[in-house]
Write a protein that binds this ligand. Structure first.
Ligand code: CUV
Length: 660
């Protein structure tokens, strides 16, 4: 291949996002290192990559490869691979659950009057959550209830015995399965600590046994820390309902102070959104020559403030460094998780201030303005003023003119409301549509970006194929952002979905791809499927439902925990990319065939995206058959519009929207 052709092919395989490709060219021309270029330069260690490296003691690391089949202690490949997967689960669960703990502490501080900038915004949800947590609420003020809800929530982290209270939100049959297997999570922290204990040298050395506990640990995340996080965020900031917004680099403004919010928690970002509306702050921005303040977001903190405030999305995980390269970002405010240390180095070439804000996460070389909830608004304003002061330091600005529209904000409360109206909120119409075969099934498509694959390509492929095949898609995290950037969260997408699904979506008035929020909000999906399972007509348990899970471009340990709690809850899940358990066929068997027997669902790592979708559709059809539902026939509800491979719904393909 000629050099030019090779470069073109390489560029094409980097991303399907035109704005990202444009910015990549700029990075290359300026010789700036990004995750994309570093991924090219750094090959993953093949032994660690497949889970066969044990570095849990200082006799090693033992690399179980070639003739070496056991570690110094005698640990087998099965044990080592299982340990590594369990530890990934623990770290992922710890990250999400600690975020949940933070939300509970904010609620407590707010209710006790120690965080005056926060209030209970959604009292209805507070009272519903009180009921789940056995907190009496009748005849009590919302503050009284909130104090108790926060305290009970915090106690769930330190619970030593019994069962997490939210386990009762799962269908009865599912709870029985967990009890029979002895994997009902006790306390959130306890399960995480126990995973670390069991996987310390010389403890649990039976792969299946290690992995049973990994499931318990993941369940503590899904039905514990993460679910509490979603609920309490809704209580403090409001339960989302549909909002229209826009996405991609075109959400940056040349003539306004651009503040990019990146990370995961809504606590500070919500206040930044409020502070940006303060007339004094706006005036201050004007005094520096800007027309105003423009907020746009990256990763899950962006999803949080999109869902509740309609703040636009700049991009997902792999867009973070490229955002700085525009020269238009006056401050990037980060809190926790998914933040590249590389941002600081990129920012050295531009005027952008990278501002870390969490007491848990500093980055060498970044500015640190620590966030404290008792002075929340004051700090939010201080951060905005720092960005405003930086506006006059801008050099040349380059913003790709790429932007698409989106509709987000589909909380489970809203989904059930739109299905039945306020008097008859229920999942009945959804179940009926599935039973009739108009909707073939449903799938959650979630998770990160990973520079080891073409950015956003597997995400988009999976979603498009599913809706074309009459599968309703719910999305969160970086998949949701990928969908947003390519116009998949718009009504126009209806033309690209199967006729049956289209008919239902048009009747109910929803898009076929529902943005349900951030990664902790995957628990909204657990709630939807639990309610769908208990509604009737589709079996009695989550594992009876014709549903599937996907994380086509996962990279974080949180995604491993999420995938695992979906499987342990009964949803067969396909993770994309290469497998972190490929080092042991036995572990691969345990988490697929083995778990199918145990929990009624399999955990697959499948690098071939087409194959994964095909298998998932077969799985959905098999579930339909087992339920004795009408056989799904795509022809029954008129012909669907044909979709051509490579036909992404990029703005240029269906007419660019200008929202400026
Ligand atoms: Ni929490 S965990 S890269 S932002 S989805 Fe995006 Fe979502 Fe993965 Fe991180």
């Amino acid at each position: 291949m000629s050099e030019e052709k090779e470069t073109k092919a390489k560029k094409k395989s980097t991303s399907i996002d035109p704005a990202v490709l444009e910015m990549m060219e700029k990075a290359e021309a300026e010789g700036i290192s990004t995750a994309f270029s570093r991924a090219d330069e750094t090959k993953p260690c093949p032994i660690g990559h497949e889970g066969s490296c044990c570095k849990h003691c200082h006799m090693g690391p033992c690399r179980l490869t070639g003739k070496t089949t056991v570690g110094i202690c005698g640990a087998t490949k099965e044990t080592v691979v299982a340990r590594n997967l369990a530890r990934m689960t623990a770290a992922g669960a710890a990250a999400h659950s600690d975020h949940g703990r933070g939300m509970a502490m904010t609620l407590l501080a707010a209710a006790e009057g120690e965080a005056p900038d926060y209030q209970v915004k959604d009292e209805k949800k507070l009272r519903v959550v009180a009921h789940y947590l056995d907190v009496p609420e009748q005849g009590r003020s919302k503050e009284e209830v909130a104090v108790d809800v926060a305290k009970v929530a915090l106690a769930e982290f330190g619970r030593q015995e019994g069962e997490l209270l939210y386990v009762r939100r799962a269908p009865a049959k599912r709870q029985e399965i967990w009890r029979k297997l002895g994997i009902v999570p006790r306390g959130i922290d306890r399960e995480i600590v126990e995973t670390l204990h069991r996987t310390h040298v010389g403890n649990d050395q039976d792969a299946e046994h290690i992995l049973d506990h990994a499931m318990r640990n993941a369940l503590a995340d899904g039905w514990g820390g993460s679910m509490l996080s979603t609920d309490i965020s809704d209580i403090i900031f409001g339960t989302p309902g549909p909002v229209a917004a826009s996405a991609n680099f075109g959400t940056l403004r040349e003539d306004e102070v651009n503040v990019v919010i990146h990370g995961h928690e809504p606590t500070l970002s919500e206040l930044i959104v409020a502070a940006a509306d303060d007339p004094e702050i706006v005036e201050y921005a004007k005094s520096k020559g800007a027309k105003g303040i423009n907020l746009t977001g990256i990763c899950c903190t962006a999803n949080e403030i999109l869902m509740r405030q309609g703040v636009p999305l700049l991009g997902n995980f792999l867009s973070q460094e490229l955002a700085v390269l525009t020269g238009a970002v006056d401050a990037m405010v980060v809190d926790i998780q998914c933040i590249f240390q590389g941002l600081v180095e990129v920012a050295e070439n531009y005027h952008t201030k990278i501002i870390t804000t969490s007491a848990k996460a500093k980055i060498t070389g970044a500015m640190h303005i620590e966030f404290h909830e008792d002075r929340a608004m004051e700090i939010a304003k201080q951060i905005l003023c720092t960005a405003i002061d930086n506006y006059p330091n801008r050099g040349k600005v380059y913003i790709p003119d790429v932007q698409d529209r989106l509709v987000a904000g589909f909380s489970h409360e809203y989904i059930s409301y739109m299905l039945g109206g306020s008097l008859r909120e229920s999942f009945r119409p959804l179940n009926d549509a599935i039973m009739m075969g108009r909707i073939r099934g449903a799938a959650g498509v979630v998770g990160c970006n990973n520079p080891r694959t073409t950015h956003d390509d597997p995400h988009l492929y999976v979603v498009k194929e599913l809706i074309k095949n009459d599968v309703l898609v719910v999305t969160t995290g970086c998949n949701a952002i990928a969908c947003a950037k390519q116009g998949l969260l718009t009504p126009e997408v209806m033309d690209h979905c199967g006729a049956g699904l289209r008919e239902i979506c048009q009747t109910i008035g929803i898009p076929p791809v529902l943005h349900m929020g951030s990664c902790v909000d995957n628990t909204r999906i657990l709630t939807v499927i639990s309610q769908s399972a208990t509604e009737g007509g589709l079996g009695e348990d989550i594992s009876d439902l014709p549903v599937a899970g996907f994380a086509p471009e996962w990279m974080s340990e949180k995604a491993i925990s999420i995938g695992m709690y979906f499987v342990a809850s009964g949803v067969t899940t396909w993770m994309g990319g290469t497998s972190p358990v490929a080092g042991s066929e036995e572990v691969v068997r345990i988490i697929s065939e083995g778990w199918k027997q145990k929990v009624g669902a399999a955990y697959y790592f499948e690098p071939d995206t087409e194959k994964a979708v095909k298998e998932a559709l077969e799985h959905i059809d098999a579930k339909r058959k087992a339920l004795k539902l009408e056989e799904y026939s795509p022809k029954k509800y008129a012909q669907s519009k044909t979709y051509l491979p490579g036909d992404y719904f990029a703005p240029e393909k269906h007419g660019a929207y200008s929202l400026k």
